[in-house]
Each structure stands twice: as C-alpha cells, then as structure tokens.
Design a protein around this ligand. Structure first.
Ligand code: PAF
Length: 281
C-alpha cells in the first residue's frame, strides 16, 4: 500500500490507473470494524481502492472534539494494508485548505434536523471536504456507513442534485456483540458508560417494535426515551422518527422510517439509528 500526502502525487497515481474503477472510502481514521467492512466491500467491487484519512477541521464546531479526536495512523496503516487498500491518502489541513476561497457550500434544509440542530455548520463542513475529495479522487463508487444516516442522506441528495458522477454505496452499521454501534468515539466511554451505552440500540429496537405494534410514533419515542433515561447516565440530545432519506415528518406515504438518537456521555456524544421499511412490516 502506498501512503500519499499530496494531491499532486495522488493525481499522478490515478493518472497511471486510468480506465480502472476506483472505490473510495473517506474516513477520519482510528479505524474500527465498521470502516473495515467499507474497505472489504470496496475491495470486492473495484479495481483500485483509495482510502482517505483526514480529520476535517471544517466539520467540527468551536467547542467540539477536533483536538482530541482519536488518531493512530500506524495502526490504521496496518489495518488498511491488510484489507488490500492500494492508496492511503492522508493530507494535512494545509494541503486540503491552502487558501480561504470565501465560497461556501450549505447543506440546507436536510441539515436543520437531528445532528444538524445541535451541530450547526457540521454538514456544511462535511460537504466541503467531500466535494474536494470527490474532485481529487474522482471515484467510481464511494462507501458510507448507515450509522451516519443523516450524513448519508445529505451526501446522496447532494450527489443527485448536483450531478456528481459517482455512485454512493450504503453499508449497514456494524455493531458490537451487545448491539453498540462501532464508533471511533467509543474509546471515550468509561467502563460504566460503555455498559450503559448498549441501551441506545435497545431503545431504537424497542421504538421499532412499539411502532410495529401500535403504529404510534409518539408512543414508540416516549418509551424509547424512558429506556435510555432510566438505564444510562447519558443526556439525550434527540430521539426522533423521520421519513428516510428525506427527513420529513412521518406520513401515510412514508416508505422508510428512520429512528435516530444522539446521547451525550461525559466525554462522547454517541449517535445511532435504525431504518425500518414500512412495506415489509
Ligand atoms: O463520516 C466521516 O468519517 C466523515 O464525516 C467523512 C465522511 C470522512 C468526512 O470528513
């Protein structure tokens, strides 16, 4: 595996691999099994696999965890090599943002809900880096985990609305045996919090079951909130049900329901979700 830090060098490599399909997995590093699942799928479906590691300052708010976001480039390099990645693109912030253009991208209405509400500007920052990375890598397929369901919905909509010539591949969330969604931020949980955190998935599963039995979103949400409140020390940021991927209130026409939650623990804000196909229920 080649590690490349500059855009020029990466584009030189890609020039030499013209006419091959490029599978791209953008990450912020500190890889876990969720990322490895994306890499495996990319490896199976493409001639060349490019993974980026870039902790993107543009998507962190002033009081968020940019400085202490976990990093381990050596271990990530080993894991990516083992997954058959061809190129690890690991640029510096100066390489990615050498000058301030004054031109901005706004994620718009889809970013006013869920995580966007408590993280203003976050999705603008995600679209900023994604646009740059897509133009730099020019991938055939790009792989995203469903754990970040809102991010995925916004990127899919952006790509469709603005004709980015890429295929976005949704990959299901990878979980620990007890149901906790794999996340780089899980390392910030204390032992007690780690045990409690399994209730996020339990609450989402319960919401789905209550909704299936009663058809009442309100009842599903209130029971799920209670489950989190009575079993964890975490503070619920939101627990919501919206149609997916358009993030609208549930109606008779809704085909997929997204149950999504975010919970603040002492040093980590965790997110998780479940997507239910209404027709299959
Ligand atoms: O999901 C992530 O890790 C990041 O938001 C992404 C897509 C790599 C953009 O920085």
């Amino acid at each position: 595996m080649k590690t490349i830090q500059t855009i020029n060098e990466l584009q030189h490599f890609l020039q030499n691999n013209k006419n091959k399909s490029i599978g791209f997995v953008p990450t912020m590093g500190y890889l876990h099994e969720g990322h490895l699942t994306l890499l495996k799928k990319a490896r199976l479906e493409n001639d060349v696999v490019v993974m980026s590691i870039f902790v993107n300052p543009a998507q962190f708010g002033p009081n968020e965890d940019l400085d202490r976001y976990p990093r381990d480039i050596e271990k990530d390099t080993e894991l990516a090599t083992a997954e058959g990645v061809d190129v690890l693109f690991a640029p510096t912030a100066e390489e990615m943002y050498p000058f301030e253009s004054g031109i901005t991208i706004h994620a718009g209405t889809l970013s006013t809900k869920l995580c966007g509400e408590s993280r203003p500007g976050h999705f603008d920052g995600v679209l900023k880096v994604i646009t740059k990375l897509f133009h730099i890598v020019q991938p055939t397929r790009v792989y995203f985990g469903q754990k970040d369901a809102q991010q995925l919905a916004i990127i899919e909509t952006f790509v469709q609305a603005y004709n980015f010539p890429v295929e976005i591949i949704r990959v299901p969330t990878v979980r620990e045996i007890d149901g906790l969604a794999k996340s780089s931020r899980n390392v910030f949980l204390s032992d007690a919090e780690r045990a409690e955190a399994t209730h996020l998935y339990k609450a989402l599963s319960s919401a789905m079951e209550v909704w299936e039995q009663t058809n009442s979103v309100e009842e599903a949400i209130s029971k799920a909130r209670l489950l989190i409140e009575s079993n964890t020390s975490g503070k619920i940021d939101y627990f919501e049900a919206l149609s997916y991927p358009d993030l609208q209130p549930i109606s008779n026409h809704t085909e997929q329901i997204l149950f999504a939650t975010a919970v603040f623990f002492e040093k980590a804000r965790l997110i998780d979700n479940i997507i239910v196909n209404v027709k299959e229920v």
